[in-house]
Design a binder for this molecule. Structure first.
Ligand code: BES
Ligand code: MN
Ligand code: ZN
Length: 505
């Protein structure tokens, strides 16, 4: 889908469908009216109150409720073939979150209806942030998890172009805002494409190749440590997980370096890249196991963020560390009770082979610190427990550094990714006791996402670190009007915002 900006009077926009946002009306405000009144009408406000909008409201066909759509064909006085009235909800509650979803809802609703070109008038909503959000929403809404569907109708149903329309380019910052939205959403869709790949198509080696291709195309430095290199370094925690699979592991490292760094800070993004999680010898129940192809969503989010960062060029150096393995079970698989030695030198008793994410992340975090990271954020589909705690609507955030997580929470709010800080009291650490090694890889029955975070913290301390548990937010089981079922690409936007806003917070 091609995305563009057009500055022309609304009646001149020749799209298959032209959309305008109208709010829930206690009374009809003038801002929404003039835009779509036939040009011959002298007073646009009167026209709207007595015309099509008033009629739509009177019949109850359109109330302005958020994401509600009414479609009018061959609207008088407009060049567009259809006029779509989109509900904006309550005018004073309208933010970038609603704007993003409106973009997605529009694109998804018009797919397969003979509409190939869509324009959305944003007169009265022309702040750069709002425009970026709408563009993101449209591009994210257009994405489908249909790569492996061979339906011939697929192409007919596509939307060719999405136009952000303003009667005048008031600020001059509009095309920049559109560009940012496109870059971020395309990167997020890149993440979703990776997550959507089944585990027979996307092994750790294939993930590393995809990362290499992305990095090379965008001029980022790429390197991957293979099994031998990791064995030489002593990454026993990561290698223990990988040893039950015929598909060898990698530690992918991608570097972005700004032309001119404005501080000594060095951000590391670490992503869990388990291309399939059977649970290992502590095998998972078969019901629902197919979803464990998304256990590399953290890795994919980090790679998607690097793709956007390479184009948006923030002032801070950013390095991605992506440990990638397949958690399988063969005659060589890791057993419960095995004790492994991590890169940091701490020994770990593997009480449950299904708690594998923290094992690979531990070595990756140590490696990031040894290579100069001053701040670390990791994203991982780490625990089922985070979904029990927070449901599907918030990323769980954990930290060893309150100011750093405060900054992270602020940027994720701007990026429109709900994130909730979880507790990290010292008491929880007592759940992690091993009789035979420095650490066990699981805590008890309670606070599962917190003990997982505490395990990671043992490797991150004292470097400022934020851990994101995205197990319940990286995959959508039921489609939304603005987003398809499947991978969400969560955490990409927060990562990008963190990097681009680094010096502003
Ligand atoms: N990949 C899973 C976590 C997960 C669960 C992700 C559901 C997405 C959806 C992780 O490796 C895992 O198996 N965690 C265990 C930890 C337990 C053994 C302490 C879990 O959550 O059950
Ligand atoms: Mn697991
Ligand atoms: Zn896992």
């Amino acid at each position: 889908m091609h995305i563009q900006f057009e500055a022309s009077p609304i009646d001149k926009i020749a799209a298959d469908a032209l959309a305008v946002i109208c709010f829930e009306a206690d009374e009809i405000k003038s801002a929404e009216a003039p835009a779509v009144a036939p040009p011959s009408t002298p007073d646009p406000e009167i026209a709207a109150q007595s015309g099509w909008l008033a009629e739509l409201r009177a019949t109850g066909e359109f109330t302005g409720k958020l994401y509600e759509l009414s479609i009018l064909h061959r609207p008088e006085g407009l060049a567009a073939k259809r006029l779509i009235v989109v509900g904006g909800g309550k005018r004073d509650k309208f933010t970038t979150v609603e704007a993003r979803r409106i973009g997605g809802t529009l694109v998804r609703a018009m797919k397969g209806k003979g509409t190939r070109t869509i324009a959305l008038s944003l007169d009265g909503h022309d702040s750069p942030d709002l425009i970026t959000a709408v563009v993101e929403g449209a591009a994210l809404g257009a994405w489908e998890a249909d790569k492996y569907k061979s339906d011939p109708k697929k192409n007919e149903a596509q939307i060719d172009s999405f136009t952000v329309a303003l009667s005048t380019d008031t600020s001059g910052a509009i095309s920049e805002a559109v560009r940012r939205g496109e870059i971020v959403a395309e990167s997020q869709n890149f993440t979703r494409n990776l997550v959507n790949e089944p585990a027979n198509k996307l092994t750790p080696g294939v993930l590393a190749e995809a990362a290499k291709q992305m990095a090379t195309e965008l001029g980022l430095e790429y390197e991957a440590l293979d099994q031998d290199a990791m064995a030489k370094l002593g990454m026993g925690a990561l290698l223990g997980v990988a040893q039950g699979s015929s598909n060898p592991p990698f530690l992918i490292v991608i570097k972005y370096r700004p032309a001119l760094a404005t501080s000594e800070d060095h951000l590391a993004l670490v992503g869990k890249g388990v291309t399939f999680d059977t649970g290992g010898i502590s095998i998972k129940p078969s019901d629902g196991m197919e979803k464990m192809k998304y256990d590399m969503a953290g890795a994919a989010a980090v790679l998607g963020a690097m793709k956007a960062i390479a184009q948006l060029k923030p002032a801070i150096p950013v390095t991605a560390y992506v440990p990638t393995v397949e958690n399988m079970l063969n005659g060589n698989a890791q057993r419960p009770g095995d004790i492994v030695t991590s890169l940091a030198g701490k020994t770990i008793e593997v009480l449950n082979t299904d708690a594998e994410g923290r094992l690979i992340l531990a070595d990756a975090i140590t490696y990031a610190i040894r290579n100069g990271a001053t701040h670390i954020v990791d994203a991982a589909t780490l625990t089922g427990a985070i979904g029990i705690a927070l449901g599907h609507y918030n990323i769980g955030a954990f930290t060893n550094n309150q100011p750093f997580v405060d900054r992270f929470l602020a940027v994720s709010r701007i990026a429109g990714e709900k994130t909730w800080q979880m507790p990290m009291d010292e008491e929880y650490k007592d759940y992690l006791k091993s009789a035979f090694a420095d650490l066990p890889n699981i805590g008890g029955r309670y606070g599962g996402s917190i003990t997982a975070a505490w395990f990671l913290r043992e490797f991150a301390d004292p470097t400022p670190w934020v851990h994101l548990d995205i197990a319940s937010t990286a995959w959508l089981d039921e489609p939304k009007p603005w987003l398809s079922k499947g991978p969400t690409g969560v955490a990409v936007r927060s990562f990008v915002q963190l990097a681009t806003d680094w010096n502003r917070s």
